[in-house]
Write a new protein. Structure first.
Length: 486
RNA sequence: GGCGUCAUGGCCGAGUGGCUAGGCUGGGCUCUGCAAAAGCUCCUACAGCGGUUCGAAUCCGCUUGACGCCUCCA
């Protein structure tokens, strides 16, 4: 197996991937908080890790991929109620109805973008007991304290022997200086302490019994507990959006260290933000676009609808660690490029082998792997796929050749990267009516060819132009006329 | 205010010292009855200023600008 380099946010360097156990990968990715519809920015992160998951599978690893559903615990701005409870009150539903509604939406959307389901998808509410046990352990280890029915993690105490800020590269002294002023009615000893367990006010709907009274778990604990339970005290990869790096992931490290006395994660991976109009997409600010709006075209930021595959291709054309700005213009360009790629792939099966090869398939194949092995560089991979497009078109025009052995290898690699790794779906292939539709188009092509032989250009052009209006484009080539249906 | 990231040609977007990224757009050519498609080809680059170096988009410093985190966020 070839060396795979991964950019580790913990060290800010690319490192050769060495799994804890040969041939196996344990990967945890922070999932959504299910109190509203996922927007395209959320989708980007999950799509990036789907690509990463798929590439590991392609390389032959056995992967346990855990992605949670956060269905409890995230507080709103006023710190009095969590987001799911707030939404439940607003929509007059049970919190679990809210959770169910948006979990179903989440799954449907990801399926449309062709994401594989994770191996395990645990929920926070399904792991309250484990969270209480973890809190007890942290209390026992002297790194948390109870105040008035709530339990807080003692960041300063932890920082005496460990490094709070190891991931986000913050110095706790700076944080203290900068937060000294805002001193509230908080029970916390220090502003940077975070809640492990919060006492529930009487009106709080989501509530569980605990050794410290009725309450609910803190918002960083679930990931620590669930990753430990399903992947062990140490595991290979932890991923999530860049915006979770601090405080969420920093707190996860602290909690895991406080419980198990080991660094939980070998490689931290962070996907960058999808922006729109230069600003981060976000649920709370409303600067976002929903997948359904992409599919329907009903959003003021786009001029037309786009397929999920085009959106996926658009995102795969940027590196996962780069900020990507969403725009109609960029989507239009991606759609054209995507169609060109798919049209070439549609020609692959009709290509004929020759006695010699004019193109080095082995070198090209290695370039594809080199791109992916360099921290999952999908834009470079796609550039290489466009080199393949050129070869396919040249072969189609009999201007380039491959031996049957090379051709088989070439097809295998093109298919593997396009469909298995990038997980693009060939929307240019037709649906159930295709055979009949194709037959009709073939008849029209025949009529047009007769007209052309008779130099009846008026008729031949009429057939061509009326077909194009229906979205059927004829392509005249040396070997006859082909067509694509858009 | 603190910490951090980024600034590439008309647009999107790769590239951690010397060698064509790629896609989209625009011009020219080949093919074609004419187009389209396809192929070939061309144009406009590395925010600004200074430094290191034989050589920098790539390293260092400063300036300007943008964004992210510091509160829930993928």
């Amino acid at each position: 197996m070839q060396n795979l380099n991964i950019y580790n946010s913990l060290t800010n360097k690319k490192e050769i991937f060495n799994p804890l156990k040969d041939g196996y990968v344990g990967m945890y990715v922070c999932g959504p908080t299910v109190y509203s519809n996922v927007h395209l920015g959320n989708v980007r992160t999950f799509m990036s890790f789907d690509m990463i998951y798929r590439y590991f599978l392609h390389l032959g690893y056995k992967v346990r991929y855990v992605r949670n559903i956060t269905d409890a615990g995230h507080l709103t701005d006023d710190n009095s109620e969590d987001k799911i409870s707030t939404k439940a009150r607003l929509e007059q539903l049970e919190p679990m109805e809210i959770v169910q509604k948006y979990t179903v939406d989440f799954h449907q959307i990801l399926k449309k973008f062709n994401l594989l389901p994770p191996s395990i998808e645990p929920t926070a509410t399904g792991h309250i007991l484990e969270q209480i046990q973890a809190i007890e352990t942290i209390l026992k280890n002297g790194l948390a304290y109870e105040v008035n029915g709530s339990v807080y993690f003692d960041v300063l105490k932890y920082n005496e022997t460990e490094n709070y800020g190891i991931l986000s590269k913050r110095k706790i002294e700076d944080a203290i200086e900068n937060t000294r002023v805002l001193d509230g009615q908080s029970d916390k000893k220090n502003a940077q302490d975070f809640a492990l367990w919060k006492k529930a006010d009487p009106e709080h709907i989501q509530r569980w019994d605990s050794p410290w009274g009725i309450g609910f778990p803190g918002w960083h604990l679930e990931c620590t507990v669930m990753s430990t339970k399903y992947l062990g005290e140490e595991f290979d990869i932890h991923g999530g959006g860049m915006d979770l790096k601090f405080p969420h992931h920093e707190c996860e490290i602290a909690q895991a260290q406080a419980c198990n006395h080991v660094a939980p994660v070998k490689y931290w991976m962070h996907c960058n933000m999808l922006t729109m109009n230069g600003k981060k997409m976000s649920k709370s600010t409303g600067n976002n676009i929903l997948p359904e709006e992409i599919f329907s075209g009903e959003n003021k930021n786009i001029s037309k609808s786009y397929s999920a595959s085009v959106a996926r291709f658009f995102m795969m054309q940027a590196h996962y660690r780069s900020i990507l700005d969403f725009s109609d213009e960029a989507l239009l360009a991606s759609e054209k490029g995507f169609n060109r790629l798919m049209e070439a792939i549609n020609l692959l099966d009709s290509l004929k082998a020759s006695a010699t090869s004019t193109f080095d398939v082995k070198v090209w194949k290695q370039k594809c792997y080199d791109a992916m092995n360099d921290d999952f560089n999908t834009p470079i991979l796609i550039a290489n796929l466009f080199e393949a497009v050129k070869i396919i078109n040249l072969m189609h025009d009999n201007k380039s050749t491959l031996t049957s052995e090379d051709l088989e290898e070439f097809k295998k690699v093109v298919f593997a990267f396009t469909f298995d790794v990038l997980a693009l779906e060939n929307t240019t292939v037709d649906n159930d009516n295709s055979d009949k539709l194709k037959g009709v188009v073939e008849i029209l092509i025949g009529l047009r060819n007769q007209a052309r032989e008779n130099k009846d250009w008026a008729l031949s052009d009429k057939i061509r132009d009326e077909l194009i209006e229906l979205g059927i484009q004829l392509k005249d080539g040396k070997e006859g006329t082909g067509f694509i249906i858009n």
